[in-house]
Design a protein around this ligand. Structure first.
Ligand code: HEC
Ligand code: HEC
Ligand code: HEC
Ligand code: HEC
Ligand code: HEC
Length: 445
């Protein structure tokens, strides 16, 4: 049994670690060169988080922490998806970037993605590249004066994203990021709505018509894929779109009783629906990302009667059984808690509201869903920019109060119940007596 487990883990590790190829960084063409003809695409990409995947201060600080914390063991791993060209060229060591050529600092870039010629599994940076004059893409009929082109079905599929958007801890095979897997087993994966359909299209939602030219001098095409790669990060790239995307991802519904009784308890329900994300909400670094529901109830004087929060995230556990929310992904051996909203799914949260006997109606109920890329204590500890809180969606309603129910009037229930029996019995006797009296009187006639 133990042997089987070890064999399985070994197999997984072999399968998940990319066959590392090596190329000098000069084998790749700088993105600025591609941008001479692919002007719009370059402008979108160059401000995106993918262009900043290596220079991003948050990544740098956390990667240096990871490498320190593992005595250098992760220096080849973390960078694999953040600067693939740096890894090909072996320029990623030392991790402070001092050995990196200019092109290697440009993150996940044009010539890296468009020379991917195959994959070796779909995780942990399992890309296989053939750098050179052939640029691979979705067209099949395109002609360029600068390079050769080749049709690549891979570029039209989610797997080309999944190679970096599914991550297993290289030490123990624990899956710590699962955006691709979440998508694949979910309804969008089954319907074939790809990552590109949502993340490489203008605006929010699924692919919209975007006619235009892919390059200066290229033909007019029915559809061009955008390259801003917007997710939930509002510090890079198209911030307005990132906010819109977050706001289009979820909906809230309040389920309230018709009235809330003064001096008693009422049950409130809030349904949180993932209506826009093709994966769990939130996804990816869910042990760092924060999404939370904030529910408040106030009476008409503004007094707060309820203030409660529910966090949607993942909590990791390390080998010592610690699961206090501070365990880093590289030390994790187990997922302690995973509470998030599946694609096209929903969760219902229940709150017990105690209405004080002096509360004044109507009550106002507010439910807000918030998102933040990381906790401010974490970004402060790394000395990097704090992420703002983005309000994803909110619902408000007012709730009328009703007079105290008998059970809440302070008289013990047992006494109330006896009183009820006495009253019922009395009513019965009176009715019987009436019937008897009528019989007697009619008999007289
Ligand atoms: C298999 C590819 C891959 C590997 C290996 C990888 N990352 Fe990432 N990393 C990603 C992807 C994809 C994202 C973007 C996910 C998102 O933003 O939702 C990301 C995002 C991040 C972010 C968030 C940046 C931000 O501004 O929000 C940090 C920090 C980070 N990675 C650190 C690390 C560290 C530290 C390691 C090594 C332990 C590592 N990464 C290894 C793919 C990878
Ligand atoms: C993360 C990988 C990635 C990066 C980085 C990237 N592309 Fe793309 N690109 C794609 C994918 C995937 C498609 C095809 C999408 C589809 O068909 O579903 C594409 C499509 C294209 C096309 C075809 C026209 C279109 O948009 O549909 C061109 C031209 C292109 N990219 C050029 C570039 C240039 C120039 C850069 C750098 C400025 C770049 N790409 C950066 C992945 C990437
Ligand atoms: C001198 C101008 C020029 C430069 C520089 C240039 N391209 Fe192109 N590229 C074109 C034209 C023109 C097309 C054809 C567009 C079409 O068919 O709609 C094209 C097509 C493409 C396609 C689509 C291929 C397909 O069959 O789907 C990709 C991908 C691409 N280029 C990537 C790149 C990358 C990456 C770079 C930089 C390494 C680059 N290009 C540099 C002009 C250029
Ligand atoms: C070579 C690895 C790699 C590939 C391939 C890749 N990504 Fe990423 N992606 C990253 C990294 C690394 C980041 C985060 C960079 C950072 O935060 O420092 C990221 C970030 C993103 C984000 C932004 C997340 C946020 O927090 O806002 C989106 C959206 C995204 N990628 C979509 C895609 C799509 C769609 C594809 C496929 C067409 C793709 N990626 C292919 C590595 C990759
Ligand atoms: C149906 C549309 C849709 C599809 C399909 C989709 N996404 Fe997303 N994605 C979203 C929305 C909406 C958000 C913003 C909400 C959020 O952060 O989860 C998002 C957010 C993200 C983020 C940022 C998460 C964070 O909090 O840092 C990444 C990374 C990402 N998507 C990658 C992918 C990849 C990779 C695929 C394909 C395997 C994919 N997405 C498929 C709609 C989609």
């Amino acid at each position: 049994m133990l042997f089987c487990c070890i064999a399985l883990v070994a197999l997984l590790l072999v399968e998940r670690s990319a066959a590392q190829q090596s190329f000098p960084s000069s084998a790749f063409t700088p993105p600025e060169m591609c941008g001479r003809c692919h002007v719009d695409i370059y402008n979108q990409w160059s401000q995106s988080i993918l262009a900043n995947a290596f220079t991003d201060p948050f990544y740098r600080a956390r990667m240096e922490h990871a490498v320190r914390d593992t005595d250098g063991a992760l220096s080849d791993f973390c960078i694999r998806c953040h600067s693939p060209i740096g890894v090909f060229a072996g320029e990623h060591v030392p991790v402070d970037g001092s050995n990196m050529s200019d092109i290697a600092t440009k993150g996940v870039q044009c010539d890296f993605c468009h020379t991917i010629s195959g994959i070796d599994g779909v995780s942990n940076g399992s890309y296989i590249n053939t750098p050179g004059n052939v640029k691979r893409g979705p067209f099949g009929d395109s002609v360029s004066p600068f390079h050769n082109t080749a049709y690549s079905i891979l570029h039209t599929r989610s797997e080309v994203c999944g190679i970096c958007h599914d991550i297993y801890n290289p030490n123990n095979g624990l899956q710590i990021e699962a955006t691709y897997t979440e998508w694949k087993v979910g309804p969008y994966g089954k319907q074939g709505v790809t990552c590109q359909d949502c993340h490489m299209t203008p605006g929010v939602g699924v692919t919209k018509p975007n006619p235009g030219q892919a390059a200066i001098g290229g033909p007019q095409r029915e559809h061009i894929f955008t390259h801003d790669f917007t997710g939930g990060n509002v510090l890079y790239g198209n911030r307005e779109l990132a906010i819109e995307r977050l706001q289009g991802a979820a909906q809230l519904a309040l389920k309230l009783p018709p009235r809330a009784p003064v001096g008693d308890e009422a049950q409130l329900e809030v349904v949180v629906r993932n209506v826009g994300a093709g994966h769990y909400l939130p996804t990816s670094l869910t042990y760092v990302r924060q999404m939370w529901l904030d529910v408040r109830v106030r009476d008409v004087t503004g007094r707060e009667l309820l203030a409660d929060q529910v966090m949607y995230n993942t909590i990791l556990e390390d080998a010592d059984g610690v699961h206090d929310g501070t365990v880093s992904s590289w030390r994790a051996v187990r997922i302690y808690r995973d509470y998030r909203i599946p694609p096209a799914g929903e969760v219902t949260e229940r709150f017990a509201l105690t209405v004080p006997s002096d509360a004044q109606g109507p009550l106002s109920v507010t439910a807000v869903l918030n998102y933040r890329s990381a906790d401010p204590t974490m970004t402060a500890a790394y000395g990097v920019a704090e992420f703002p809180i983005i309000e994803m969606t909110r619902q408000e309603a007012s709730l009328e109060l009703t007079a105290a129910s008998p059970a809440a009037s302070g008289i013990p229930t047992a006494i109330l119940r006896s009183l009820w029996w006495v009253a019922t019995a009395a009513l019965l006797i009176v009715s019987l007596a009436t019937v008897f009296w009528q019989d007697v009187t009619s008999g007289k006639k």
